[in-house]
Design a protein around this ligand. Structure first.
Ligand SMILES: NC(=O)c1ccc[n+]([C@@H]2O[C@H](COP(=O)([O-])OP(=O)(O)OC[C@H]3O[C@@H](n4cnc5c(N)ncnc54)[C@H](O)[C@@H]3O)[C@@H](O)[C@H]2O)c1
Ligand SMILES: O=C(O)C(=O)C[C@@H](O)[C@H](O)[C@H](O)COP(=O)(O)O
Ligand SMILES: [Zn+2]
Length: 362
């Protein structure tokens, strides 16, 4: 009996997000969007020993004769580089993947972003199926088609929009996910409540313990609700000309922290948690939201075991310099996602750097 949930993503390149246990063994589902007879699985060296063979076996069972190559990168954000991208492309080339091949991105957001970018670039674009194995990738990075690698100068600065052909989120894989990574994923879940869904914040407060305990049903509900929000937003604004920027709540601050730490300090979800509190404090300073709004967001993130204050010792000037290269920044100045309280976020242009520095000083 299937317990899957499905979220449809519409638009010019529609696809489905399937959420449920056992999907990595479901060869028919994995193969359902294949156009040719070549498949290439990209994973990392923590995920591959757990799940790669299962995916390869399931594909081979479903499509005898399918040519299946694979390649793994070292786990972690430090691999999401132009060098890593180059190595992925070389591996795809050496495996002789043709124009109708499909890349399977098996792992967290690092694998998803890098493999998706490789798929976007190889022969000017081949199919990509996202197989997210972290909570963060299930609720956010596998959906919407943003692919990229980091530069020392900033996060995700080189990439492409390349929507997947399908997303299969096998919730059974969350059982092996380290607790720190589960918590990091919860930051992006909280983000949806903060920007567009105040009742979801109430729900998250009520289910915080179950989420942290890895309750299957509660996690599946959180994933489906998060994906429904992301799907609706990216369907209306796939290339971030408008409301998609709301998904960047907390990211101008968070990305600056990740960049300044050389992608070896806070993980992305943790940096976003800190960044959302800083964005709330900025909103307060600009007279848009109340201290009670900030306190509530901070309290929920803390309860979910996430950091809410910036790591000590970061240089405010360096952080602001990173923000000037944020992709939302325009020639007019910095743009931030601010909020007017739970569920009410908006884009604010020409935010004075002084206000940002005051927030960074604490
Ligand atoms: N494209 C987008 O829209 C988007 C959205 C959000 C985040 N991102 C990007 O996603 C990245 C963060 O992704 P992440 O949080 O998934 O980190 P990640 O990919 O580094 O995965 C976290 C860690 O968990 C391990 N892991 C993954 N699945 C596992 C499993 N099932 N069992 C055991 N270990 C497992 C990985 O090997 C890694 O060590 C960042 O680079 C961020 O910029 C992109
Ligand atoms: O999908 C989006 O749009 C997002 O902003 C989702 C974010 O959680 C994600 O971290 C994304 O990669 C950030 O995009 P960027 O354009 O700021 O690099
Ligand atoms: Zn993010």
């Amino acid at each position: 009996m299937s317990h899957d949930r499905t979220v449809a993503v519409g638009g010019a390149h529609p696809y489905h997000i399937s959420i449920g246990p056992g999907l990595l063994d479901d060869g028919e589902r994995l193969a359902s969007t294949l156009r040719g007879s070549d498949a290439f699985v990209i994973s990392d060296d923590s995920v591959a020993p757990l799940y790669l063979q299962r995916v390869v076996d399931a594909l081979a069972r479903a499509r005898p004769g399918l040519r299946i190559g694979h390649w793994t990168l070292p786990a972690g954000e430090a691999s999401k580089t132009l060098e890593g991208f180059g190595r992925a492309i070389s591996a795809i080339a050496e495996a002789g993947m043709r124009r109708d091949a499909t890349v399977y991105a098996l792992g967290g957001g690092v694998v998803g972003d890098l493999a998706g970018f490789a798929a976007a670039a190889w022969m000017r674009g081949i199919d990509c199926v996202q197989l997210p194995t972290t909570l963060l990738a299930m609720v956010d990075s596998s959906v919407g088609g943003k692919t990229a690698v980091d530069l020392p100068q900033g996060k995700n600065l080189v990439g492409a929009f390349h929507p997947p052909r399908a997303v299969l989120a096998d919730t059974g894989s969350l059982r092996t996910l380290p607790a720190r990574e589960l918590r990091a994923g919860l930051a992006e879940v909280v983000k949806y409540g903060a920007i567009v869904d105040a009742p979801f914040l109430d729900w998250l407060e009520a289910h915080a313990d179950a989420l942290l305990a890895g309750d299957d049903d509660v996690l599946a509900e959180a994933i489906a609700r998060s994906c429904a929000h992301k799907a609706a937003i990216v369907e209306r604004d796939p290339f971030e000309h408008g409301e998609r920027a709301l998904l960047n709540f907390g990211h101008t601050f968070g990305h600056a922290i990740e960049t300044e730490q050389g992608y070896g300090g806070l993980v992305h979800g943790e940096a976003v948690a800190v960044g959302m509190v800083q964005a709330a404090r900025l909103s307060e300073r600009l007279g848009l939201a109340s201290p009670a709004d900030t306190a509530r967001l901070r309290g929920l993130l803390q309860r979910l075991g996430l950091p809410v204050d910036a790591p000590p010792g970061l240089d405010a000037d360096a952080l602001v310099a990173h923000m000037r290269l944020d992709k939302k920044a325009q020639s007019g100045g910095l743009r931030f996602i601010v909020w007017d309280g739970a569920g009410r976020a908006r884009v604010l242009a020409d935010v004075p750097e002084d206000a940002v520095r005051e927030v960074l000083r604490g």
